[in-house]
Ligand binder design. Structure first.
Ligand code: GAR
Length: 201
C-alpha cells in the first residue's frame, strides 16, 4: 500500500476528497496532513477523518530554507510515497522538490499552461476565455509546470464572476484529483482528460 501525505494551507476540501477516496481496493492510504497555516480549516477536517496532522508555520522560521528543512523532517518521518499539494500556497524550492522526484502532485485551478500562479479565475474571465478548468500535474522545480496528469474543463458563462467560477470548479477539482491520484498510485501516469458534460459521474 502506498503512503500519501497531503499538504494544505486552507479549507482542505481537496484534501478531504483525496482522503475519502483512499478506501477499499485503492492502492494508497493517507498517512499525514501538514498545514503551513496554524488553524487552517483543513486541519480540523483531517482530524475528523482520522488522519494525523501537523503544522509547520512558515512564519516561525527565519528563512524559506529553515521552513523547508522542518517540513522535510516531518515528511521524512511519515515516509510518504506520494505527496499531494492540495491548496498548499507556499512555493517549494528546487532543493525540496528534488528530494521527492516525481513524487509530488499538485492541483492548480486553471487549464495549464494557461495561468500559472495566482488569481486564475479572474485572469480567465479577463482574457474572455469561454472555458476554464483545473489541472493535476507532477511538481518540478518550475512553478505550476511539470507533466500534466489530468485536466477537467468547465464552460464559462456570461454571468460568471471569479467567485462563481471558483465555486463551480471546486467539486470538479475534487473529482479530478481523486481520479488522478488513484491512477498514479496504480502506476498509470498517462494523462486523464475530463469534461463533466460528456462524462457524468
Ligand atoms: C483549490 O481551488 C486549489 O485548486 C487551489 O486552492 C484551492 C484550495 O481549496 N490551489 C492553488 O491555487 C494552488 N496554487 P481547498 O483547500 O478547499 O482544497
Amino acid at each position: 500500500t502506498l503512503r500519501v501525505a497531503i499538504l494544505i494551507s486552507g479549507s482542505g476540501s481537496n484534501m478531504e476528497a483525496l482522503v475519502r477516496s483512499m478506501t477499499g481496493d485503492h492502492p494508497a492510504r493517507p498517512v499525514l496532513v501538514v498545514s503551513n497555516v496554524p488553524g487552517a480549516g483543513g486541519l480540523d477536517r483531517a482530524a475528523r477523518l482520522g488522519v494525523p496532522t501537523a503544522t509547520v508555520d512558515h512564519r516561525a522560521f527565519d528563512s524559506r530554507a529553515a521552513f523547508e528543512t522542518a517540513l522535510q523532517d516531518i515528511l521524512t518521518k511519515a515516509r510518504p510515497d506520494l505527496i499531494c499539494l492540495a491548496g498548499f500556497m507556499r512555493i517549494l524550492t528546487p532543493t525540496f522538490v528534488k528530494r521527492w522526484p516525481g513524487q509530488i502532485l499538485n492541483i492548480h485551478p486553471s487549464l495549464l499552461p494557461k495561468y500559472p500562479g495566482l488569481h486564475t479565475h479572474a485572469r480567465a474571465l479577463e482574457a474572455g476565455d469561454t472555458e476554464h478548468g483545473a489541472t493535476v500535474h507532477e511538481v518540478t522545480p518550475v512553478l505550476d509546470d511539470g507533466p500534466i496528469l489530468g485536466q477537467i474543463r468547465l464552460p464559462i458563462l456570461g454571468s460568471d464572476t471569479p467567485e462563481t467560477l471558483a465555486k463551480r470548479l471546486l467539486p470538479l477539482e475534487h473529482d479530478l484529483y481523486a481520479r488522478v491520484l488513484r491512477r498514479v498510485a496504480a502506476g498509470d501516469r498517462t494523462r486523464l482528460d475530463l469534461s463533466p458534460e460528456a462524462k457524468p459521474r
